[in-house]
Each structure stands twice: as C-alpha cells, then as structure tokens.
Design a protein around this ligand. Structure first.
Ligand code: NAD
Length: 291
C-alpha cells in the first residue's frame, strides 16, 4: 500500500483564500484585522518564522505590527508593550515568538497577553477552556492538524489516536482536541516504556518529537493516518541542510493510508490557523463596536 499524501500547501491556500475574503469584508466595515508580533533576540529559526507570519498576514489583507527587541532587553520593557497592545483597540491578535531569552519567565509573558487577543492559544485560560471543550483560541499547530482531518474526512470518533510528544504547544493540545473529537487518545513521550506497542495500534499517529525520521514504517499500523509535525534540519548525510520531519517518509508511506509530507504538510497550516484566529478576533471586535 502506498499512502495518499495530504497536501498542506493546497489546503492552506484554500483556507487562506477564505480568510482573505473575511479580512476584506471586515476592512470594508472599518476594522482591518491586525496582528502584533514580538520577536526578542536573533534566533535564526524564530526570525524565519516571524518573517513568514508577517508575509502571510500581508498576503491575506491582515495588518501586521512587528516589534523587535534585542536579546538582552529587560522583561519589563516587553511587559509594558504587551499592556499597550492589550489596550489598543486596533490590535486584534498578539503573538510573542518563543523561545524567549533566559531572563524571561515565559509563562508570565504568555499570561500577560489579553485572553481575547491570544491568537496563539497559549494563555492558561484558553488552554483551560480547550480542556473543558469550551470555545477558545486553539493553538495553531494542532488546530491545523484538526483541519486536515476534517478536510480529508478522517473519522475521529472511536479511533485509536496516539500522539508522540507532550509539549504545551503541540502534543498536549493535540491530545485534548482529539479527545474532544471522540478519539481514544494515548500520549507517548520520552519516558514511554514500549512506544512500538502504542504506535502499532494507532489508527491516527501524530509525531511531534523533534527527532529526524524517528517514526519508521515498521512502527505504523497498515492504513493508519500519519501526521508529521516535526520540522528538523538534517545535520549530516547526503541530505544535509534539508528539512525533514519526525517520520521517515519513505518507509512510512508504504504502510500508512494517509500521510503528511515535510515540508508542505502541517507547517503551512500552522500559519493559516494563526491568520484565522486573528480574523476571528477582529470579527468579535467589530461586532462589539457595533460595526
Ligand atoms: P518539544 O521538544 O517541546 O517536545 C518533544 C516531545 O517529544 C517531548 O514531549 C518528549 O517527551 C518527546 N520525545 C522526545 N524523545 C522521545 C522518544 N525517544 N520517544 C518518545 N517521545 C519522545 O517539541 P515541540 O515543540 O512539541 O515540537 C516537536 C517538533 O515539532 C519539532 O520538530 C518542532 O520543530 C516541530 N514543530 C512544528 C510546528 C509546525 O508548524 N509544523 C510547530 C511547532 C513545532
């Protein structure tokens, strides 16, 4: 069996087209959606992510406000800026690119973002609302994965889902979203004793590990849906310098039923969901202002 590939670029383009229409309609009502993006320091990967987010905003008709600070900035400076952005009615989404330099308390920074502008969905209140299956800003990467399941008609209710990785930004919210959708969810991580036992019975396998080509074909149940969240740059070998996922695509696609590639899978969906959250927030602001 050779798996069908889920084209994240194509799905993204379709959803971004709809988002651009919503952004244009809001702008016509006098509320142009606006996302503020804060970058601290010169981490090259973070700089690329921020550049991509800002460019995607522009393309969708969303205004972006990019704020760059040196790596040694005092946390109070950023906190003061966050308070300003929270109070600014023209700003609908606020994102602080992670990771932050060591002088920052990341949790405190995320908590300082207004819940109603937390378009990354990392504020503890939004996380709590997600865990209670209440309306919330959903973290962009797992939300993007859920959009892929929906677009591909992957049945979730009753499915055995295995998520490898328990980070706050991917693994845990992914597990909560799948639970809310009726899947039977197992979360595996670095302390899991028998990973193979779990992965081999997964109808849906989500890999969010950060280890290149870690999940191989022999770990996958025939016909499973395999979602590769990983983004790794290969350090050595014939493909050195290239991007690859946490799944060994070549062996996995011979076993899986559906699979996401890297690049061109989950990655573009993450930014798409960020744009969607920003437009949702702007829509709420427009309604609240009677526009
Ligand atoms: P993380 O380092 O915070 O978490 C990795 C998780 O993998 C941990 O929970 C750890 O317990 C688990 N793990 C590590 N070794 C393991 C092993 N041998 N067996 C089982 N579990 C193991 O990483 P993260 O922030 O969740 O990101 C994971 C990957 O996804 C990275 O490659 C990252 O670059 C990528 N990522 C992609 C997007 C996107 O838009 N596609 C967004 C966020 C993260």
């Amino acid at each position: 069996m050779t798996a069908r590939i889920i084209d994240g670029n194509a799905l993204s383009a379709r959803v971004r087209g709809e988002i651009a229409e919503r952004a244009a309609a809001l702008s016509a009502r006098g509320v142009q959606p606006c996302l503020a993006v804060i970058l601290v320091g010169e981490n090259p990967a973070s700089a690329v992510y921020v550049r991509n987010k800002v460019a995607a905003c522009e393309k969708a008709g969303i205004r972006s406000l990019r704020l760059d600070y040196p790596a040694d900035v005092a946390p109070a400076v950023v906190m003061t800026k966050l308070a300003e952005l929270n109070a600014d009615p023209a700003v609908h989404g606020i994102l602080v690119q992670l990771p932050l330099p060591p002088q920052f308390d990341e949790a405190a920074v995320l908590e300082a973002i207004s819940v109603s502008k937390d378009v990354d969905g990392f504020h503890a209140e939004n996380v709590g609302r997600l865990s209670q299956n209440q309306e919330a800003f959903l973290p962009c990467t797992p939300h993007g994965v859920m959009k892929m399941f929906e677009a591909e008609g992957v049945p979730l209710a009753g499915a055995e889902a295995v998520v490898i990785g328990r980070s706050n930004i991917v693994g845990k919210p992914m597990a909560m979203l799948l639970t809310n959708a009726g899947a039977t969810v197992t979360v595996c991580h670095s302390k899991t004793r028998d990973l193979l036992f779990h992965t081999r019975r997964a109808d849906i396998l989500v890999a969010a590990i950060g280890k290149p080509r870690f999940v191989t074909g022999d770990m996958i149940k025939p016909g499973a849906t395999v979602i590769d969240v990983g983004i790794n740059r290969l350090q050595s070998g014939p493909d050195a310098g290239k991007l690859c996922g946490d799944v060994d695509f070549d062996s996995a696609r011979e076993v899986a039923g559906l699979i996401t590639p890297v690049p061109g899978g989950v990655g573009p969906m993450t930014i798409t969901m960020l744009l969607e959250n920003t437009v949702i927030s702007a829509g709420r602001a427009a309604s609240a202002a009677g526009k």
